[in-house]
Design a protein around this ligand. Structure first.
Ligand SMILES: Nc1ncnc2c1ncn2[C@@H]1O[C@H](COP(=O)(O)OP(=O)(O)OP(=O)(O)O)[C@@H](O)[C@H]1O
Length: 384
């Protein structure tokens, strides 16, 4: 969808911002450009919508060589979101969002409808915010307007230059989550610039790591960048704690699960004693195989059914959730284990701190050896 073919930019003062860069962004893909300050990320992005003219190479958007396109027309077909949004201060939120439709001659009623629809999409209640002015919004709300404006004319391509950097970390995480959900729906082809590797890992389908001079050090999935950095520069940039960062890109798989004893909620207590074996507790399931809770060995003596004594279990994740979510659930519920459910909420097994740790180590090893996590043989250091 976007292809850079040997693209270079040398500014008139001789600074080489980008040197013979070749990369592609597939339709519907979110590619994050990441790297230290001054490495040419913004220059690269601005060459795509011709805010900066390349001094070498060619750039294609949807198969068209944009180095020969009319820059004004080109920009109307490419959404652009920047750090401080650049909203017009004397225009209402609704008018700000509808800028490109206005330029391209949409009738007023349709512009208005589109602006209000997009406000809902980005989580701004139209009746409350449509007629406000930018200074009457919080920083996070202004960023949402920026995203809505970029989407207004429904362009297939979005360029986003540090769009969430100006807000505090909590709002930032919120905006990132909302944006990921939005992207699932709209599936735009996106080039996203950040200097924050955490943000890159969280958002990117693929990440391009740049070094000074616009040199592409590695272009791969977040898991590969964290697990198998291609160069010492990338290893240094992603940081010594990359194992921890890998938590957020490693899904929970069936191989990671432990299988403690399982009892049914409608079983009589008298029956379950034997099925616990040496275990001090069991998982309790309802009649349809869903998680009903847990029961401890010391709760079993007496009469009645398991349901009478079982405790609720609130800590659970679904298969394919990240290990990070699993870990967060464990901490939030102060739980020594969490249940793992399939997409239909049926119980599959449990994760414990040690299986979670093993899953993470397998993922890191698998990436560095380029093999499947299930093929990794873990060597564990013990004190025996
Ligand atoms: N108009 C310009 N004239 C001369 N040099 C420039 C110009 N714009 C950018 N540069 C230089 O080009 C290099 C790349 O800049 P660019 O803004 O693309 O980097 P960046 O990776 O986006 O940095 P940051 O994360 O700090 O925004 C830098 O050395 C910068 O000083």
């Amino acid at each position: 969808m976007i292809r850079l073919d040997g693209v270079s930019k040398r500014y008139p003062d001789g600074t080489v911002a980008v040197h013979e860069l070749t990369m592609d962004v597939r339709p519907g893909e979110l590619v994050v450009l990441v790297g230290p300050s001054g490495c040419g990320k913004t220059t690269t992005m601005k060459m795509v919508n011709r805010l900066v003219e390349p001094t070498g190479g060619r750039i294609f958007v949807d198969g068209v060589d944009v180095t020969h396109a009319d820059p004004v027309k080109l920009r109307r077909g490419i959404g652009y979101v920047i750090q401080n949004v650049g909203l017009f201060p004397h225009r209402s939120i609704e008018e700000n969002i509808a800028v490109v439709p206005e330029l391209t001659g949409w009738p007023k009623a349709r512009r208005r409808e589109r602006a209000r629809e997009l406000m809902t999409v980005v989580g701004l209640e139209p009746d409350t915010y449509a007629n406000r002015y930018p200074h009457e919004l919080s920083g996070g709300q202004r960023q949402r307007v920026g995203v809505a404006r970029a989407l207004a004319a429904d362009p297939p391509v979005l360029l986003m230059d540090e769009p969430f950097s100006a807000v505090d970390p909590v709002v930032r995480a919120q905006l990132q989550d909302e944006f990921l959900r939005l992207q699932e729906d709209v599936r735009k082809t996106i080039l996203f610039v950040t200097h924050d590797i955490e943000e890159a890992v969280r958002l990117g389908d693929r990440i391009a790591v740049f070094a000074q001079g616009g040199k592409l050090e590695q272009f791969d999935t977040p898991a590969a960048i964290l697990g198998a950095p291609a160069t010492p520069f990338v290893a240094d940039f992603v940081g010594f704690d990359r194992g921890l960062k890998q938590l957020s890109v490693t899904p929970v798989t069936k191989n990671d699960l432990e299988h403690p004893p399982v009892v049914r909620a409608d079983q009589s207590l008298a029956d379950v004693g034997a099925s616990l074996g040496v275990s001090n507790w069991a998982v309790v399931l309802d009649a349809s195989g869903g998680l009903a809770g847990w029961i401890g060995k010391d709760m079993v003596p007496g009469t009645g059914t398991v349901a009478d004594r079982a405790r609720r279990m609130d800590a659970w994740v679904q298969l394919d959730d990240s290990l990070k979510i699993a870990f967060a659930e464990m901490l939030q519920w102060n739980a020594g284990w969490i249940a793992v459910l399939d997409a239909d909420d049926r119980y599959l097994g449990v994760l414990t701190p040690s299986t979670l740790h093993a899953a993470l180590r397998r993922a890191v090893e698998a990436e560095s050896q380029s093999i499947a996590p299930s093929e990794v043989e873990l060597v564990t250091i013990t004190d025996s």
